[in-house]
Design a binder for this molecule. Sequence first.
Ligand code: PLP
Length: 396
Amino acid sequence: MTTEFEREMQGIVQLVRSIYGSDFVPLHRPVFKGNEKQYLIDCIDSNFVSSVGAKVTEFEQQVAAFTGAAYATATVNGTAALHAALQLVGVQQGDEVISQAMTFVASCNAISYTGAIPVFIDVDRDTLGMSAMALRRFLDQHAELRGGQAFNKRTGRRLAACVPMHTFGIPCRIEEIVAICDHYGIVVVEDAAESLGSYVGTRHTGTFGRVASLSFNGNKVITTGGGGMIITNDAALATRAKHLTTTAKLPHAYEFVHDEIGYNYRLPNLNAALGCAQMECLPAFLASKADVAGRYVAYCDARGIAYARAPQGSTSNHWLNAIVWESLQQRDDFLKFSNDQGVMTRPVWRLMTELAMFKHCQHDGLENARWLQDRVVNIPSSVPDTALPDISATTP
Ligand SMILES: Cc1ncc(COP(=O)(O)O)c(C=O)c1O
């Protein structure tokens, strides 16, 4: 006899197939139906295919305009953007940086590149992002203020920065997190890798902290193949962002003088060309993704299945849709059932505190992160092939 849960699993797979067709369905694949090919050809014809070129500046301007950030600096990927951002706000060797246990490993790798040590805070069950309540509890218990800066009473280390992440595009409670961090003199660096097109009220994620990083990896809402961006409203920080990520070279017509150890984190013009074309499609991508999410929500709501959604007052870009099953058994059964059927689904990342390189780091109780780890499954979330006309002929 078929149980109700088996019917729910079958129903979700059928729904996925009705949206994406009968072939193998990946979790998130890119869509190139705009001016990508034309801009790549333009780029090759111009000979500017590498780290200098007009498309880089154009892409930066498009992202700044879209997010409402005053400045945007393109980088070779999102991890590099986050590493540079942490360096730019002054994180140093031996500092501690607050992160969330449930995140993609890149957040914590970037912290480690600076020589700082991550400290892990729980997430909220609804937003799946850093819990403002858990952050306050941790700091009230463990932080002391000295000279306007927070120090961890247990380790004596400076708590230099906090890196909340907007998980799967769902905005975390960023306003509360910024207010708590302001009180403790802790700089907020938003990991907005997954949240291009996500808002709190009318304000774009990534514009609440001092600085934020975005990713344009192949699985993100828009892609440059590989790429990232540092966004900020701080003019001095933006100038330094460009400097530090482009080998710290002093401007000169022909001399090579570098005034500090910089990074070659430059986004090639070729990749930026892809980015410019993808930015033109972003509003259509977001509308299509909202439509897909609406269909998942209608299905889940009708059957009492928990679906992770943005809290009242904020808007998700619906990068990855997520179902929260009732148990580990249900999660595992659904993962096996759907993947066996050629519908790609996946569990949330293994908690950072369970990875060899971070398991010795300080953390709070992580009750929600552990609870979610056993239950969350991402389901296919691409822009459906059929959703968009070929717009390459219609845009300038
Ligand atoms: C939360 C988060 N942070 C950072 C990154 C790093 O971005 P990238 O893959 O472009 O280096 C990603 C995505 O890959 C991510 O999902």
